[in-house]
Design a protein around this ligand. Structure first.
Ligand code: FEO
Length: 183
């Protein structure tokens, strides 16, 4: 008996999104390594935690597909983009990737609605809400850097910003405590 409760199209869209979240995780990991190498350890720490959060999002998609009788497919992940050249470029990149991810999430919501797959539509609402928070977080990064002086910020104000980022709230205070259902 076929117990799959997802259409092939929805299953593929969710599986692609599972891989896209891993791509986002790699992008923030690479940004974190760039920041760490530049000596911005607080910013790096924030980006590493954000990278882990994206991985947890991926696992959330994986679990949902499996729970609905489908089978997610792990795909090759494209390499992250080139390192940013400045903190402004780094934070702008974080915002751009979040908006890009929101667009992908909305497409799955559209598809679920089109197919009247209300279970998937309901599942996706968690991500719609999450993207509001993540875009706000990215906007706040850009604002904080602007206040510090942007690319012309003094070493002193960047030092203060970096320290503040160390304790910036994040959904993943400790990676080992996060799970797919509680990312
Ligand atoms: Fe998983 Fe930043 O969205």
């Amino acid at each position: 008996m076929n117990t799959k409760r997802l259409s092939a199209k929805v299953e593929k869209a969710l599986s692609d999104q599972m891989n896209k979240e891993i791509h986002a995780s790699h992008i923030f990991l690479s940004y974190g390594i760039w920041a760490d190498d530049k000596g911005y350890q607080g910013i790096a720490n924030f980006l590493y935690r954000h990278s882990q959060e994206e991985r947890n999002h991926s696992i959330k998609f994986m679990e949902y597909i499996l729970n609905r009788g489908g089978k997610p497919k792990v795909a090759a992940i494209p390499a992250p983009p080139a390192d940013p050249k400045t903190l402004t470029e780094c934070f702008d990149g974080v915002f751009k990737h979040e908006v890009d991810n929101t667009t992908a999430i909305y497409k799955i919501v559209d598809l679920a609605m089109e197919e009247k797959d209300w279970a998937t539509w309901n599942f996706m609402q968690w991500f719609v809400q999450e993207q509001i928070e993540e875009e706000t977080l990215a906007q706040n990064l850009i604002d904080k850097l602007k206040i510090a002086g942007g690319d012309r910020a003094t070493d002193e104000s960047l030092f203060t910003l970096d320290r503040a980022m160390q304790s910036e709230p994040n959904d993943v205070p400790l990676a080992q405590e996060a799970t797919g259902s509680n990312p």
